[in-house]
Design a protein around this ligand. Structure first.
Ligand code: PLP
Length: 233
């Protein structure tokens, strides 16, 4: 298993480059967020030593533990999982981006906690692009109205959108959802040029990140392809 993570990282970065090339994009436009959830902190260290800087975590408890162990020197922690309002206070000063803002209520809570700490929290709005019952996120239809309210909150900045497309073995089947996300992204950017800072379109995971990049993703969240399968037991 020596250099397992380092080799996987190289492979993923090379695939990102290929996808960018195929899409006529500059590979600097796409950031890799390495999803280290359920993996030990040593795995984060291994990836970090191989040059990886951005790490995504889903669980508040896990971010807090890894943060206490590793700090944030040369690591940007991103919260990518569903966030309960009563847990915002534990991560507000540890993460640099929250991908998973899925309600006005949560945005208000983040705004409140950030203001308390005297900081501005960068957030992405999560969209349930495929309208899956099991998924969190705004519907495409309600998004504009919600943005109009969220932009007026102090202490937060909307940096973009995030989606988790359906799990599939056929990445092509998610292309339609990625296309919708890019449309929504451009719409918000045009409608709120001053109040938002639309620069991050977070979409694409281990199974479909190349297709997501072809459709305009600027941040892919890749776990399994870097760290291996997760064991939840
Ligand atoms: C787990 C997770 C990922 C990574 O998924 P992989 O298929 O392992 O690459 C990305 N985004 C979110 C929100 C996740 O929960």
């Amino acid at each position: 298993m020596e250099k397992y993570i380092e080799n996987n990282l190289k492979q993923v970065l090379s695939n990102i480059e290929k996808a960018c090339l195929a899409a006529g994009r500059d590979s600097h436009e796409v950031t890799l967020c390495a999803v280290s959830k359920t993996k030990p902190w040593q795995a984060v260290v291994e990836a970090k030593e191989a040059g990886q800087k951005v790490f995504g975590e889903n669980y508040v408890q896990e971010i807090v533990e890894k943060f206490e162990k590793l700090g944030n020197t040369d690591i940007d922690w991103h919260m990518i999982g569903h966030l309960q309002t009563n847990k915002v206070k534990y991560i507000i000063d540890k993460v640099v981006l929250i991908h998973s803002v899925d309600s006005l209520h949560l945005a208000e809570k983040i705004s409140k906690e950030a203001t308390k700490k005297g900081l501005t929290m960068d957030i992405l709005l999560e969209v349930n692009a495929a309208k899956e019952e099991s998924k969190w996120g705004f519907s495409a239809d309600e998004l504009m109205d919600q943005v109009a309210q969220i932009v007026s909150l102090p202490g937060i900045k909307i940096k973009g959108l995030m989606t988790s497309a359906p799990y599939t073995t056929d990445p092509e089947s998610n292309r339609v959802h990625f296309k919708l996300m890019k449309q929504l992204f451009d719409q918000i950017k045009e409608a709120f040029p001053e109040q938002t800072d639309m620069s991050v379109l977070s979409m694409g995971m281990s199974g479909d990140y190349s297709v997501a990049i072809e459709e305009g993703s600027t941040m892919v969240r890749v776990g399994t392809a870097i760290f291996g399968e997760r064991d939840y037991h």
